[in-house]
Design a protein around this ligand. Sequence first.
Ligand SMILES: NC(=O)c1ccc[n+]([C@@H]2O[C@H](COP(=O)([O-])OP(=O)(O)OC[C@H]3O[C@@H](n4cnc5c(N)ncnc54)[C@H](OP(=O)(O)O)[C@@H]3O)[C@@H](O)[C@H]2O)c1
Length: 345
Amino acid sequence: MPDNPLPSPIDSSTANPWRRQRVFVLGATGTIGRATVLALLERGHEVVCLVRPHAAGKPSQSQPRPLPAGAIVRIGDASDPASIANDGFQGEAFDALVSCLASRTGASDDAWAIDYAAHCGALEAARGAGVSHFVLLSAICVQKPLLAFQHAKLAFEKRLIESGLTYSIVRPTAFFKSLSGQLDRLRRGKPFLIFGDGTLTACKPISDGDLAAFLADCLSDPARHNRVMPIGGPGEAITPLQQGEHLFALLGLPPRFKRVPLAVLDAIIGFLGVAGRIVPWFGRYAELARIGRYYATESMLVLNAQTGRYDAASTPSTGSDTLFDYYGELVRESKLAERGDHAVF
Ligand SMILES: NC(=O)c1ccc[n+]([C@@H]2O[C@H](COP(=O)([O-])OP(=O)(O)OC[C@H]3O[C@@H](n4cnc5c(N)ncnc54)[C@H](OP(=O)(O)O)[C@@H]3O)[C@@H](O)[C@H]2O)c1
């Protein structure tokens, strides 16, 4: 039996942006993908997700969590345009494609294969399915591209903008999961690691739910059409030093910080870079170390092109969830942040 009836063709000239839409989702099994599927369903949309076989409960290394009830799950390969068309769209019409697909490692080959090439394939398949609106989860850091995955994301953003489809490109600041990794260290009595004095960078952290709501509302809000949108969470920008101080206070422990000189990262990058010319495996780790250095030195805020400085005041905010409330929840409930399989970002 088909998992849903064939929809009637979409007449975009009379389309009401607030209507129920048929939405095709890529990357639905990721942190933001899951939250976005839920947000789309809550808004009454029909949601069809293309997922890899292991995510649908077939044998895998890790036990996947099911997608929110109500989502239609189809099995296929997002890196293969024919699979997106045949296994995903299945000859049906859709209004929109929402992509939270992203390379899990950020390594150069993976990034170009997923963040760029898979998205290019999805764009072409989407045209064939009558999709008129493409919502893309990107990252604020592409405004200063120094890393392979940032170049791959930017290359697809350009391709999407030039495609003629309505686009909404969302470039969020740091996610809560990426700012919670040290909680376990602190519980074990270890110091909070900072680069420099812990104030080299700052960000306006955004929760999964607030970002998902922002992505889902791109479908119905014409003000978010054909825009590239940096977006952060509520409140002031927060430095790593403030994150550490807050965690220690919540744990009732005296603050202890260990300063890691940037020169240590530079030495690791240098060594792995040279070794990578002989053994490609090392080159992959050199890129991961470069990613680490980037986040240790660059703020996840809007970069002012005139001054060359990061600017918290011009970084838009959305939502109501705060990182410190999230920390409070983790500490109260003795939980760790769900970091998924994404070890780097
Ligand atoms: N972390 C941060 O602080 C931060 C801040 C701003 C922006 N971002 C951006 O947000 C995105 C990451 O979001 P996230 O944390 O939600 O990602 P995530 O949890 O790692 O999810 C990635 C999704 O992409 C899918 N995927 C990856 N490789 C695939 C492949 N080869 N074939 C098919 N599917 C594949 C995954 O499917 P499987 O479940 O099958 O692996 C999963 O659904 C990235 O673009 C990142 O740059 C992150």
